[in-house]
Ligand binder design. Structure first.
Ligand code: ATP
Ligand code: MG
Length: 451
């Protein structure tokens, strides 16, 4: 993309309504624009990152054997009346009536709808296990929408639902979700720690929230600092292996890590004092096994091998796709702007032409642009007639992890400058070597082309 032809409405001033850094930078970098409280338009740069995050989530869900689909945002209230949640959900649910006076709602989540699909089409244990998911906009009329996309009213969420014959099978599905979530967050350059959470009115031990540590997080968390040493890495996993998935769950959840809702002071005090941490975190996902709550209420039964009918065991598993943009920025920025991890960066590399209009500099930039594009990467070429200082400030703000700077002086010696946004370090290289290096860096981070 050439910046002169892109739409990147960067703001020079700090918007006064933004209280936290991610919200401030998303507005300043021209990623989002508020349309109403907690409701945003996604401008091209924000949309691009949103789609990259979505792609990672899809890839990792499909890798785990979960099946993508799409349910609507608007739902009929009938199913919610059947499950009993129409009255329970309270004011967070946006209720609408259509021209015929029928009760509708903008879905805050999809347990009812998916269970209805299941009961209409599945009747035998032979069709199980089954996990269906979608990535769709949700609406919750939050009492206090704030922090930009972090707590929106309309937000983008992946929600998946497993259907299993037995509790044991459903817990394997739970573990599969835990593993796939660990992989997804790591690909986004994030550490999200599974913490034991509150099962709410349904109770039970089978729910974990994934938290990204950040001072601006809304949840108070208590943990053994040893959990922050755990990484999933690129280990191979067989998602059908009950043993392997269970092993990962044990590895990642056996150390103390809880949100304030389930915090147990006595247990926490058993952690060696120097490893006890009290901090804040951003919830970027949650997994939940809830047994037969919805299948009983909605009559989602299957016939077992013994010929008997029983309610299916279910769980629901969510990732806050739009919230993740805020969480990643909270975890990765400096005073100049965002620092995108390679896995989600909107463009792989920036090209800054220090002397636009200089025949040699222009030609060198064009050939870098072509070489990077031919290698399957997306560069953002700042080809505007602007001062170098302004170009650098924009690149730093929008946070591309790598920048190639091209100027007549360097070209005389056959070099361009390659700069890491994260470390600030630069090196002089031939244009070919710079391209080669960027290609190598991204060999491990392919997320496909953005939009
Ligand atoms: P919270 O406690 O933050 O209100 P929740 O526990 O009600 O969230 P879930 O139903 O678990 O949310 O939804 C799954 C994921 O969707 C959450 O982990 C979070 O990342 C994201 N999410 C929930 N509410 C919002 C919101 N208002 N804005 C943006 N993302 C949200
Ligand atoms: Mg939650």
């Amino acid at each position: 993309m050439r910046l002169s032809r892109y739409f990147l409405p960067v703001l020079k001033e700090n918007p006064s309504e933004a209280q936290i850094v991610s919200h401030r930078y998303m507005l300043r970098a021209g990623m989002i624009k508020q349309s109403a409280a907690g409701i945003y338009s996604w401008l091209p740069l924000g949309f691009k990152v949103l789609k990259k995050i979505e792609t990672i989530v899809h890839e990792e869900q499909m890798r785990a054997g979960h099946i993508p689909m799409l349910m609507p945002t608007l739902q009929s209230a009938d199913l919610w009346k059947e499950s009993g949640r129409y009255d329970d959900y309270g004011q967070e649910m946006l209720r609408i009536s259509d021209r015929h006076g029928r009760d509708m709602l903008y879905g805050p989540t999809n347990e009812e709808l998916i269970t209805d699909i299941f009961r209409s089409h599945v009747g035998s244990y032979k069709d199980l296990p089954l996990t269906l998911y979608h990535i769709q906009w949700k609406f919750r009329d939050e009492i206090r929408p704030r922090f930009g996309v972090m707590r929106g009213r309309e937000f983008y969420m992946k929600d998946g639902y497993n259907f299993d014959l037995t509790k044991e099978d459903a817990l394997h599905a739970y573990n599969r979700h835990l593993v796939s979530y660990l992989r997804s967050y790591e690909r986004m350059g994030l550490q999200a720690i599974p913490m034991r959470a509150d099962g709410g009115p349904i109770g039970g031990d089978y729910t974990h929230e994934f938290l990204v540590l950040a001072d601006t997080g809304e949840s108070e968390v208590f943990y053994d600092s040893a959990v922050t040493d755990l990484t999933f890495g690129d280990r191979a996993i067989d998602y059908d292996s009950v043993e392997q998935c269970q092993g990962v769950l044990e590895e990642f959840t056996s150390k103390y890590a809880r949100t304030d809702e389930t915090h147990d002071e006595a247990l926490f005090n058993e952690v060696p004092e120097e490893r006890r941490r009290v901090a804040r975190g951003i919830e970027v996902g949650q997994i939940f096994y809830f047994g037969t709550k919805y299948s009983e209420a909605l009559g989602a039964n299957v016939q077992g091998p013994d010929g008997k009918q029983s309610s299916v065991h279910m769980g629901s598993h969510g990732i806050g796709v739009s919230r993740l943009l805020g969480a990643i920025i909270e975890a990765s920025h400096d005073d100049k702007g965002i620092i995108w991890p390679e896995g989600v960066t909107p463009f792989h590399c920036g090209i800054v032409n220090l002397k636009q209009g200089d025949a040699e500099a222009d030609a060198a930039c064009e050939s870098l642009y072509e070489a990077l594009t031919a290698a399957g990467l997306e560069p953002l070429y700042d080809d505007r007639k602007e001062r170098a200082g302004g170009k650098f400030a924009t690149m730093d703000l929008i946070g591309l992890p790598w920048r190639i700077t091209v100027g007549p002086r360097g070209l005389k010696n056959g070099v361009v400058e390659l700069t890491s946004r994260r470390s600030g370090e630069s090196e002089e290289l031939s244009p070919e070597a710079a391209v080669q290096k960027i290609v190598e860096i991204y060999a491990n981070h392919q997320t496909g082309r953005g939009f």
